[in-house]
Design a protein. Structure first.
Length: 267
């Protein structure tokens, strides 16, 4: 059983929803990332989403775009990201890590080479924003052979036909992007999330995570009531931006946010 599957099953048994914070690897500098991952897990995160820095992150709003730029100033590569995961794994064998990024760095490394290296490092899942499932068969096969879950995105505009096709290829969980827009956009419409998650569940039994627009304890609790996972990105990364010169303050601010979300989600 994969780490993602066992985590979701344990949470379901405890009637809890997964909390999944996102940070960009190497932001604000490479020395901060691994310690921050450990701190977030201790603060109530169940799964960690680690962004692979990319020069043209088309799905991201200004906050996460700037995080990529800060990481790339330190020349953080996909190889560096995998090294960070491996370092994290030396002290934490249980918390799942999902990489999120764009196809180009994986394409350059090569699908099989990447799958081998990611498996050795201890990666559990992969989200590539710009790889449609119709074009992902070769990479998906390489990942599945290494027990790495390919995780695909669904949108408010996804039809029943497309939801079914994507869910048939996905594993680990499916990621519902709750807004028509980029990361960091506001105005989360909880009613529409409720309807769309129900629509997705009619096509699959694998967990449904919801991200985009979740920024505080209240919105996290609202989404947790209907989803299997709450993904928090820009609200976390914004705290890195605001405290970039102070690693200790970064951790304090993010852990305070996650603890408040965890408490509200469990209430």
């Amino acid at each position: 059983m994969s780490r993602l599957q066992s985590t979701f099953e344990a949470l379901k048994a405890a009637q809890k929803t997964a909390l999944i914070p996102f940070v960009t690897a190497g932001d604000p500098n490479p020395s901060v990332t691994v310690g921050l991952l450990h701190d977030m897990a201790a603060a109530g995160a169940n799964i960690l989403e680690l962004g692979v820095p990319f020069s043209d992150p088309m799905a991201e709003g200004p906050v996460i775009q700037a995080a990529c730029e800060r990481a790339l100033e330190h020349h953080v590569s996909l190889t560096d990201v995998l090294a960070m995961v491996k370092e994290f794994r030396s002290k934490d064998a249980d918390t799942p890590i999902v990489l999120m990024g764009y196809l180009n760095p994986v394409e350059v490394m090569g699908y099989q080479t990447f799958a081998d290296a990611a498996s050795e490092a201890g990666v559990d899942g992969l989200i590539l924003v710009d790889l449609p499932p119709e074009e992902g068969h070769e990479l998906t096969l390489a990942l599945q052979q290494k027990q790495i879950d390919p995780i695909f995105l669904l949108a408010p505009t996804s039809t029943d036909q497309r939801i079914e096709m994507i869910c048939n290829q996905a594993s680990g969980f499916v990621y519902y992007v709750s807004l028509k827009g980029v990361t960091g956009a506001a105005n989360l419409d909880v009613d529409s999330v409720v309807k769309k998650v129900a629509q997705i569940r009619s096509h699959t039994s694998i967990p449904v995570g919801v991200g985009f627009g979740i920024r505080d304890a209240q919105s996290a609790a609202q989404v947790a009531a209907v989803a299997d996972a709450v993904v928090v990105g820009s609200a976390v990364v914004k705290r890195i931006e605001e405290n970039a010169a102070n690693a200790e303050k970064i951790s304090q601010e993010i852990c305070s946010l996650l603890s408040s979300m965890r408490e509200a989600m469990d209430a």
